[in-house]
Design a protein around this ligand. Structure first.
Ligand code: HEM
Length: 164
């Protein structure tokens, strides 16, 4: 008996947007380029912030780096998520059932959770370690987790095409 998830994938597979993604010669590559631009902005901005939290370039104030980079990360996410959804639509039946895809989605959720824990925890006391000091252990751990998770998300995203 098909599960609710399989039924949902079946439904997604035959939506007009899914048909367009399969039938148009230029739509899939265009969406894929947008996906790449989106996650480059997201992971690039998040990664540079993570490196600062790990203690690199301590002369740059953390708060100024956050003000510069975090909006870029949000815009990147706002491009990567809907374009990723359209890529999923192109072959929802098999991509949506792929364990690699599902682990990738879970890790994106984990990255969000990690960022939330950071911002609502040690991030609140940033004034006390804003510049010229080694960030607290909790901030360094959050940054390390973030870097590892994003590298894994990129690797899994690429692997869907090979091992999906
Ligand atoms: C937000 C962070 C994300 C990152 C870092 C990321 C990363 C990647 C990477 C590296 C690729 C391979 C691109 C290529 O080979 O040209 C990819 C493809 C893909 N991504 Fe994402 N992605 C993200 C979000 C999402 C989301 C939210 C979805 C779905 C809702 C998604 C669905 C897909 C699909 C379906 C593919 C194509 C797989 C295939 O080759 O058939 N991605 N992603």
């Amino acid at each position: 008996m098909p599960t609710a998830w399989q039924n949902a994938l079946e439904g997604l597979h035959s939506t007009p947007a899914a048909l367009a993604m399969r039938q148009s010669e230029w739509l899939y590559p265009t969406v894929e380029i947008l996906h790449i631009l989106g996650f480059c902005a997201l992971v690039g901005a998040a990664g540079l912030f993570d490196l600062r939290l790990l203690g690199l370039s301590r002369q740059i104030p953390v708060q100024q780096m956050a003000a510069h980079l975090l909006p870029v990360a949000w815009v990147g996410f706002a491009v990567a998520a809907p374009s990723g959804f359209l890529l999923l639509l192109s072959d929802a039946r098999s991509i949506g059932a792929s364990p690699i895809f599902l682990v990738k989605m879970a890790l994106i959720g984990l990255a969000g959770l990690n960022a939330w824990v950071f911002h609502s925890g040690v991030g609140r006391s940033v004034q006390t370690w804003n510049q010229d000091v080694n960030p607290p252990l909790a901030a360094r751990l959050a940054a390390l987790c973030s870097l590892l998770i994003w590298v894994a998300v990129i690797a899994l995203g690429r692997l869907i095409a090979y091992l999906g």
